[in-house]
Every structure is written in C-alpha cells, then in structure tokens.
Write a protein that binds this ligand. Sequence first.
Ligand SMILES: Nc1ncnc2c1ncn2[C@@H]1O[C@H](COP(=O)(O)OP(=O)(O)O)[C@@H](O)[C@H]1O
Ligand SMILES: [Mg+2]
Length: 266
Amino acid sequence: MGKIIAIANQKGGVGKTTTAINLGIGLVNKGNRVLLVDLDPQGNATQGLGFVADNLEITISTVLRKMINKDYSITKDYGILSHPEGISLMPANIELSVLETELISLFFGREKMLKTYLDMVRGEYDYILIDCMPSLNLIAINALVAADEIIIPLHAQFYSVKGLEQLLQTIGSIKSNGLNDSLKISGILYTCVNDRTTSFRDVQKILKTACGGDIRIYDNYIPRSVKAEEAPSCGKSIYEYDTTGKVSRAYGKFTDEFLSTVTSGR
Ligand SMILES: Nc1ncnc2c1ncn2[C@@H]1O[C@H](COP(=O)(O)OP(=O)(O)O)[C@@H](O)[C@H]1O
Ligand SMILES: [Mg+2]
C-alpha cells in the first residue's frame, strides 16, 4: 500500500512544487514507484514535468468529478502520465478551481473525494505525493484528509512562523473532527536557504522553540540556487538539469533522510 504524503503550506512560493518533483524523482531513483498528484489549479507540477496543462483532456478534476458522481469504473492508470525520469503524474489545470465549487455544494463526503480516488490506486505505488495549492480551502483539506503524513516546506523567515501556526491549527481540527485521526507531520523542510545569513540561523532557533520539539525539522535543508529556478522550464528534475549542483545534492540527501524517518510505505 502506497504511503500518501501531502506537501502542504498555504503560503505560495515556499518550494512545495519543487519539493514534490524532486523528492518524487529522488524516491524513484531509489527504486520506488511514485505517483505525484498535482492538486493546484496553477498546474505547476504538471508544467514543471514538461506537460502542457491546458491541453490535457483528463486531469485530477475529471477524476474528482467522477468520484462526486460515484462513478468508480475508472482503471488504475486512468489519466496518469509517465515522465521520462520514471515518475507517474496525475496532472492538474485551471479546471480544478471550478471543481471546488462543485465540492462545496455536496451534502456528504466533500472532504473525502480525493481519498476515495487515492484508495483505489494506492496499491500500485510505494509513495503518492500530493502537491497542494497555496490555500487551506476545501481542495487542500481533501489532501490533508487523504494523507498519511505531511511535509511542510518553509522559507526560513520570521513571518513563516505565523503561517505555520495556522496550518498546525487546521491539521489539529482535521484530527479532532475525526476526518483523519492518524494524520502525522513528517517534518518541516527549509527551502531556498541562504545559509550565510544570520536570519536563517535565528529563524531556525525560533522555530525549534515554537515547535517545542514535537515536530521534526529535517537536518537537511535546500539551498537557494538559480539552477533550481531554471529546471522546471526544461521539464526536468534538478538531478537531470544540474546533476552535481548543490540543490541536486541537497534533494538527494533529503530523500535519504525522508526515507530513514518515514514509516515504511511498503
Ligand atoms: N532552492 C531553490 N532555489 C532557487 N529557487 C527556487 C528553489 N526552490 C524553488 N525555487 C523557485 O521558487 C519559486 C517557488 O517555488 P515553488 O516550488 O513553485 O513553490 P510553491 O509550490 O510553494 O508555490 C519557483 O519559481 C521555483 O522555481
Ligand atoms: Mg506549487
């Protein structure tokens, strides 16, 4: 049974999509079968893997609409795209924002539509990564309800702490309302780090205190690099785009750390 990991933070531009792609392909490189679910109407993961989001006939919206209509007849590979680097992708595009309105109008089960779908396909994978949208709306809640664990990418800046509190509250509500009792936080991953600045080290200390030692902050962090910014426009992972670069090494080491800390997906 595949382990489902949501990569979530309601703030945009914190490295969710970059982490989803490069942790995903990092896990593939270690011999795992990985599905990446793009759950953002901006379709950045879809485009970052080289697909033209607007031209796709089947996306996560098509699949979720089928779940809403209780049409469970789809095959396990329905709509799933294959990337040359070995990761599978359930793509997204702007249509996902329309779907949110359809979800809201449902009387029953509106938080569980993604879970219903992923439960149908999780036997095919070791890991399913969900690249969340920058919001805590009903679609993001669907990700948190479907997930076993959450990775929170974070910029090491002072104002990140406030946003983190909000996210932790939402996670708490999901658990206390019985929507997903066993939801765990895998850990916090610092991204886009300029480790020469004192602010990085200060924020590290503040966050450690704020988390009270209850939440893992990964030892490995992702440095800032121009190569990391360029890779998505070529539809490649950082491992292919800048094989020996610092971000490539950092995501490789983070993948190892993730594997050593996550409870087994197999
Ligand atoms: N380590 C990094 N160094 C430099 N730029 C990065 C790095 N990680 C992400 N970026 C860039 O920052 C922007 C936001 O990253 P992204 O992963 O799309 O964040 P999110 O999905 O949280 O909105 C993108 O343009 C991305 O290419
Ligand atoms: Mg994104």
